[in-house]
Design a protein around this ligand. Structure first.
Ligand SMILES: Nc1ncnc2c1ncn2[C@@H]1O[C@H](COP(=O)(O)OP(=O)(O)OP(=O)(O)O)[C@@H](O)[C@H]1O
Ligand SMILES: Nc1nc2c(ncn2[C@@H]2O[C@H](COP(=O)(O)O)[C@@H](O)[C@H]2O)c(=O)[nH]1
Length: 213
């Protein structure tokens, strides 16, 4: 695996990896699989005003907030980004992300598209990955099969999905979530390639080339 500890011993900033895409595409499923296979990646837990689903736990899936609490977090500038999505607020706590990146660890954000584009303005050096469904009918099928949302809410999420897919061009990478394992392998390959591109594995390569000339 990649390491952010450079040869000289100096620790560099971790990479901010944003995994985004329409509701139901499988962001949560893919991120859970990545959590198991790549425990070195650190996941940011978002805040939301939506009600917990069965089995969701405070601080694990989300920090569940009232609308007033959420607005206070925004006012206090404690959110890296936030968005209103089908009637609820969702946002990324800023301090955790900044502190973790500063320790040299990579941070994963699993967020919707408006929020991802706001993060891109603040962290243009982040890696923005759009998870695509194999088709819109498969996306609908996944939302229905998940069984967590009413027919009306599914229709709203699908309607937003069409607008979100139109914003694909703002991302660095698109990964089709056909099979969870395939999607995870591609995301890991992207992260590894980004580490190499940033010369994390060989930060003093220019000096080394001078030496062998
Ligand atoms: N590759 C896949 N093939 C088939 N089903 C999948 C795949 N990935 C995820 N699913 C299923 O699709 C449904 C939606 O997945 P998930 O909840 O992870 O989506 P999401 O993008 O995180 O949604 P949201 O944005 O609403 O949180 C789940 O029932 C999940 O089991
Ligand atoms: N902009 C943000 N979007 C977020 C954040 N956390 C989650 N999300 C996205 O919201 C939708 C709906 O989530 P659900 O759990 O109600 O299905 C989904 O696309 C999430 O990825 C966040 O901090 N900021």
């Amino acid at each position: 695996m990649t390491s952010n500890k450079v040869a000289s011993g100096t620790r560099t900033q971790g990479i901010l990896v944003v995994i985004s895409g329409p509701s139901g595409v499988g962001k949560g499923t893919v991120c859970s699989a990545l959590r198991k296979s790549a425990p070195e990646l650190i996941y940011s837990v978002s805040a939301t005003t939506r009600m917990p689903r069965t089995g969701e736990m405070e601080g694990v899936n989300y920090f569940f907030k009232s609308k007033e609490e959420f607005k206070q977090l925004i006012e206090n500038e404690e959110m890296l980004e936030w968005a209103e999505y089908v009637g609820n607020y969702y946002g990324t706590p800023r301090k955790f992300v900044e502190d973790t990146l500063a320790t040299g660890k990579d941070v994963i954000l699993e967020i919707e598209v408006q929020g991802a584009l706001k993060v891109k303005q603040k962290f243009p050096e982040g890696v923005f990955i759009f998870l695509m469904p194999p088709s819109l009918s498969e996306l609908q099928n996944r939302l229905v099969t998940r069984g967590t949302d009413s027919a009306e809410l599914i229709a709203s999420r699908l309607s937003v999905a069409r607008d979100e897919i139109a914003l694909l061009e703002h991302y660095n990478y698109a990964v089709v979530n056909d099979q969870v394992e395939n999607a995870c392998s591609k995301i890991m390959a992207i992260i590894t390639a980004e580490h190499c591109r940033r010369e994390r594995l060989f930060p003093n390569i220019s000096e080394w080339i001078d030496e062998v000339k």
